[in-house]
Design a protein. Sequence first.
Lengths: 488, 1072
Amino acid sequence: MCIHNENKNYTRRDFLTKTTLGMGALSMASMIDPMGLFAKTSPAIVNPNAGGGGILGQPHFPAKVKRVIYLFQSGAPSQLDLFDYKPLLNKMNGEDLPKSVQGEQRLTGMSSGQATLPIAGTVFDFKQHGDSGAWMSDLMPHTAKIVDELCFIKSMYTEAINHDPAVTFFQTGSQLPGRPSIGSWVSYGLGTDNKNLPEFVVLITKDKFGQPLYSRSWGNGFLPSQHQGVQFRSGKDPVLYLTNPPGITAKSRREQLDHLQKLEKINHEDIGDPEILARMAQYEMAFRMQTSVPEIMDTSDESDATYEMYGEDSKKPGTYAANCILARRLAERDVKFIQLYHQGWDQHGNLPNAIKVQAKETDQATAALITDLKQRGMLEDTLVIWGGEFGRTNYSQGQLTATNFGRDHHPKCFTIFMAGAGIKKGFTLGATDDFGYNVTQSPVHVHDFQATLMHLLGVDHERLTFKSQGRRYRLTDVHGEVIKEILT
Amino acid sequence: MKNKNRGYKTILIILVFCALSCNSKMPAEIEVALIDLPEKIDFNFHVKPILSDRCYACHGPDQNTRQAGLRLDIEEEAFKKLMSGERAFVEGKPSRSESVRRILSDDPELLMPPPESNLTLTAHEKALIIKWIDQGAEWKEHWAFTKPEKPEVLFTEVESEKINNEIDYFVQRQLKQNGFEPSPKVNKERLLRRVSMDLTGLPPSIDEIDSFLADDSSDAYEKVVDHLLQTEANAERLALDWLDIARYADSHGLHADGWRLMWPWRDWVINSFKENLPYNEFVTWQLAGDLMPNATKEHKLATAFNRNHPMTAEGGAIEEEFRLNYVWDRAETVGTALMGLTVACARCHDHKFDPISQKDYFQLTAFFNNVKELGMTGDDGNYGPMLSLPDTRTEKKLQTLKTSIQEKERQLQLTKKELADLDTYIKRLPQNSEEDGLIDHYPLDRLTKKGDTYWVDDNKNATASKAPEIIEGVKRNAMTFTGEYDEIYLRNVPNFEWTDTFSGALWLKTTKREKLKTQQLLGTSGEKNNFWRGWDFYLDSLNHLNARLIHSLPHNYIHVRSKDSIKTNEWKHVAFSYDGSGKAKGISLFIDGNDANSKIQFDHLYKSIKTVRSAVHTLYNQPVKVSKSYRGFTGEYGIFKGALDDIRLYQKTLTAAEIKLLAHTNSDEEPPTNEVAKSYWVNRSPEVIKTEKELKKLRDEWLNLMQPVMEVMVMEEMPKKRQAYAYSRGDYTQPIYKVMANTPEVLPEFSDEYPKNRLGLSKWLFSKDNPLTARVTVNRYWQMLFGTGLVSTPQDFGIQGELPTHPELIDWLAVSFVESGWDVKALLKKMVMSHTYQQSSEASKEMREKDPNNVFLARSGSYRLPAEMIRDNALAASGLLVQKVGGASVRPYQPGKLWQEKNTFSHKLLEYKESAGDSIYRRGLYTFIRRNSPHPAMTAFDAPNREVCIVQRENTNTPLQALVLLNDAEFVEASKVLAQRMQKEGGSSLDEQIAYGFRLAISRTPKAEEKEILRKLFQQQAKRFEQKPQEVSELLSVGKKELETALNTPKTAALTIVANTMLNHDEAYIKR
């Protein structure tokens, strides 16, 4: 049965009654409901027997995936230089793109004014890899080694042609701001399996410049705000405001909170509002996070072998590689949705050089993360996703020279890959035409991708809804089909 | 009540059971459910919410998804005969009603709602429908769509000493009916804090507390209320909620999320609340101030309301797609904020629940469609239409200068006429008259390769990156331009101001005439990130000649266009000539030496046209670009195709005669006439030159004054309306039919007497028949004071919205509000003077169990304060608060590099830099809002990011909030300064100091036991700090505000922790 959340109706009274805690002599720490982290009220209220404390209580059906690591490649990597091998483009290099191929596709304002759309072949070598024979260019040698773990979707397509709407569409199901992000839906539906950490964590590669990131990509939209992603960052304050001010030790903070509790106990006796106790529970949770979060962020206990596997960058906090290690640590602690953002894939010009840098920054660590998860037996119930917000054109934006070119945004086809639980290994879904411009087989829309992601988590995307402004919203709007072909 | 009706219910069950038994057995769960139903089932309150929520998706207003021809939102449709011959509802006959059969069916083919809809009905809901039919199935119109009538107030009906006014009458009558009692009046300290926080967002000062406690007069409270309503803080408090509604922010929101300047509008809002501008005027000014008769600057400034929406500057964005989004956002904001309707649903299809069709939606958008605006703006800065806001002194000076300029212009014309009449000039031109005022001549005869570039005619100031082909031209050789990379740059041309005179001429032969594409001839005008600033001379898509001088598009430029067009594949001589007046009529266009009859396209230039660098906006002499524009990202690059020859640029106003001369192809033609010589010599006479110089000086002076004047984005109607359309599924590429401005059909008619524009819309909103506006407004103010509205969905008064908990009260308030002349302060006063407001918020366990959400109002509402007020309370308690009203937004402490890590596109908002001086201690209302990275401490407390109109904030409780109050530098600093204040002002003993701090932070005297707890905390901490002087100085170094040297003590450090504990006390951030 479908459970509709009218979220204003949770009552703290239920919580207190159900946990049989009287108002009196209990210590605050004993009241803490671990499921209540970042909660407006303890989700246990909604369903005290629920595993994860989400609104659904239990998933709609048995979940293959317990947690997701989404490696978002912001700016849109060129599928034609990485995965989608199109020898015809090299043959036709420099020729104007035939109108018959372009069809009715609208172009961005950046290349629609060009006098010609010169086809640009790739400058990278493509080879088949592994038993599955997956095509990859030589830009990602490490990933190429693990293709038999991966499932490529070469027939992704989207509706948006510019970054802001496209990223917003991918992450929230709508091109316009205002909707909850995927991770927020997951948090809202399934809650958390961890007692001390948020269920939705965001990691951003430090000091990368490129297309902007939008906080709405991990925002809660109209869902209660405890479901928004919490950004963990390298440095001394891994979560904003987590660290005590200078001169305040953990001990003195503990003493302060003990006295605050005593004051609130008096207050509660006077006013009788259970909200007071719920607030104090959050103070205790905050106190515990001050230990649990730095513990996660401190990777000094990782072995040399691990650093070696993830590459030289992995020792530098804030790099993509270091974030991949953090993602694994968060996954180990059952954080449900871990989203990395890596900027810099927007190669409108100077693609041959720029994409090399991007590939170098991400390739080894991506492969290492998947391998590492596998070695630890975690790939059994973890889903890893790698991909951007759209693809890139087969023609050059701006001048095409013998050694240089750029590619504009292309929504009609692009490649992403996934690995892990519930997903076929060494498998490729979909295909594009010889020009790498149109999908010819098994088109996968962004909403289909979202539906599949939810499905793997045990959620029927049509049944996880939230009523706002008089209608029931869902991640996939009124669309989305689960991509059955890629499921095990 | 239950027991009393048990007997009746049993009978009903039997009746219904009998009625149904012929078809199906009554399920046991329904029997049980029937027992608990109210005596009288009301269609609006009990049945319609079920129908709309579970049935309307297929049987509602949206005709595209309607199934079986059944429509359940209109009475006659719902009761009509179905195709099967049955009727969904048969009055008094559940057993004969098809709807009942369907909802009770266990056949998945028949069951309603169908299993695949993922919707179900509970037994209780089924029972409600059955009983409603049994009682005669009485239909009622939706409550919020019928005009409110003022209900009668019979105070005698409710005998109570706790009735202060009509509000109490309605509330207590309902309490009585439900077996509740109102709570006693809250104590004075708490009452004062409550009403101060609610009305001003600031805690009462200790003096205010003392004087209120000492005032035993019967109107002591009323005096406080009257005073609070008069304060500036009250205006700021009221403005805060309006800023959420208006989605006010200091950045653009989309993509680059760059800088915008809209705070003067915020000042207008604050000031309007201060003046208590009647609400109908307050809104009318904002919707249509520019259209009001004799509109003042303030009227126009108010319309910035509708320019607060997010805007994109993403390169490549498609203009029309985003322009329409802005138009639609305005309509949706008006829908949510003023009408309480979720009209946005009808953007893609007829509304599923409310009788709002897709046509209604797009008709509403048509009111907001007539603005000359851009879909894609630049990363930073405002874009037109704009309103300049010079201060009074500047405005006066500008006016004086303008008068002098006009006088001087007249004088110049007279001088010229006099000189021409003299007829004493020699009748020949000097030999090299073509060279006079010439900046450079570019014959385009040959190219020389120099490194990676080419020099044109061996002129190092004229370069090309690719080689245009050289062909035979009009004057020796010419160059052809075939693609987008063979443009020429001319680097020796001054960066013209519009007070300069300049002209240009060239020969062209174009091969292109393409829909929506222009062809640039010459120009410096740039791209979005430098406001398209500069000048250009080009052919439009129909090959008419155009010239523009641009400060910023789309509002600050002049533009003329030739009446005649240029034929393709023919050599033509074209020229423009400009006189430095800043007026469109000062630009002349010529084809083949003849005046091209230019028509003025736009004539509003008042700031500099000197080109600036992209993004950074510093002055930069952009080379004149030939054969292609500087525009990027728009898909319209102005590529010229064809041949060009013999370009000349002049630093003077070329006369018609001079241009005629240039247009001559061979020297055999007749020599220039007397007229030519005359105009030549007149223009060079010392008197004319002198007057022109003086004129330029005056114009420059005017411009220098005008240039820095601040401007705000406002609404401005275009002279000719832009046709509005309905779009299939809201897709800008798929207009389906034309629409005219109109209001939704289900609501009162849009009178023919109203103008069909925003002003008319405003008249309609505030017409006496409008059922929504007053209700929606009083509900929002109720929500502000009580935490929850009488309708708990303030954004949705439609069918799916919650029903009012006190229907008569909301109507009484709405009608009284209108009768008062839409007086917001009177409304607030009425509310806070009620006993309902003044009663205690304490509640027994029993009361909480009976009414956990305080629907019946037997106690006062509690809620967590908005983010801004939590901050303000800490600043006020410590004395740090700087109460300056209005002005630009400020940037208080913010951790991390939150701006850079997300976005490096905006130049002006690249790095977050704290504001200087004490402005960081201003009220939270003034904190800079960057939409894509709003202040994290504010976000933690649910401050919205202002991307969309919000009429109700989330009110959550998270560990992050605790971390902010404990660790944010702002709160630690406030604790530190409060600790100092406690010692300086609080008295000599520790107990007095603690009590003083407590009163500052929480507005009441602590109880003995509370003082004791805080004293123990102090002692414990003081001991530690005495042993660790290092920690004392570390803690006391937080924040910019330095303590008095003598107070850098372990005691202050320990008191800082005590003060911080007080600021973390429930009563510091929860309204009680």
